[in-house]
Design a protein around this ligand. Structure first.
Ligand code: SF4
Length: 232
């Protein structure tokens, strides 16, 4: 059940009746889902994230998202995990920094598949939870969303800023309420490598995957809740 948080009604794209929501993970999509539910928007979750490595981490993030979708009876599309294709597209960009060209490729790839599915299955609107994290470059994400939707004349990319109206804070509140798994790196093995290098330079332990959950083990010595690498 949602809590009693009062929300403003979302400004809904005129004349459109349903949304395909690309979800990157449960913590980011929790707030987006609850905001759309509160406004009576008909939406389906599309989980397509071949950028999450290794497989164990991918399954964990996906299962958390399924758990939350089932709780609210939201349809969930479990798309391909075509990791080989992702690595092929990332070739030569292994050492690019986060928010650089590898990330543009990564967003493009995920939005392209989302837009294709929307086109083939009659969704007039796509959007994504990717932009709710303040560690992400919203302009970069929206650029990818707009580019992908532009392939199909009938399709609209809903460029809504999910951070506003307290969205970023609610994302954390919901994550704690639901005890979501708290990933400590963006997703790909290169972000895992870079996050670990940063942590070790700061005298901290390497990331232990699969052990940290919002609201349960926050603040313990090895799992600081305010870690900068919690972006998706
Ligand atoms: S850092 Fe994140 S957004 Fe960038 S390529 Fe890796 S998984 Fe994708």
């Amino acid at each position: 059940m949602q809590d009693d948080f009062k929300r403003a009604r979302l400004a809904w794209p005129e004349g459109k009746n349903k949304v395909l929501l690309h979800s990157c993970c449960a913590p980011c999509s929790g707030e987006v889902m609850e905001a759309m539910l509160a406004s009576g928007i008909d939406f389906t979750i599309f989980f397509y994230n071949p950028n999450i490595h290794p497989l164990k981490e991918y399954e964990l993030r996906k299962d958390e998202n399924i758990r939350f979708a089932e709780k609210f009876g939201i349809p969930f599309i479990d798309a391909d995990y075509d990791r080989d294709n992702w690595f092929a597209r990332a070739k030569g960009m292994e050492n690019e920094p986060e928010r650089g060209i590898r990330c543009t490729m990564c967003f493009d790839m995920r939005f392209e598949r989302t837009a294709l599915y929307a086109h083939e299955h009659g969704f007039p609107v796509i959007t994504s939870s990717l932009g709710i994290s303040r560690w992400k470059d919203m302009k970069q994400i929206n650029g990818s969303g707009v580019r992908a939707a532009a392939h199909y004349p009938e399709l609209l990319y809903w460029e809504y800023n999910w951070r506003k109206g307290g969205g970023s804070a609610r994302m954390i509140e919901i994550s704690k309420r639901e005890n979501f798994y708290q990933q400590e790196y963006c997703g790909c093995i290169y972000s895992l490598r870079d996050s670990n290098e940063h942590r070790m330079a700061m005298g901290r332990e390497r990331i232990h995957q699969g052990v940290k959950f919002y609201g349960l083990n926050d603040g313990t010595e090895d799992t600081p809740v305010k870690d900068d690498s919690t972006e998706k």
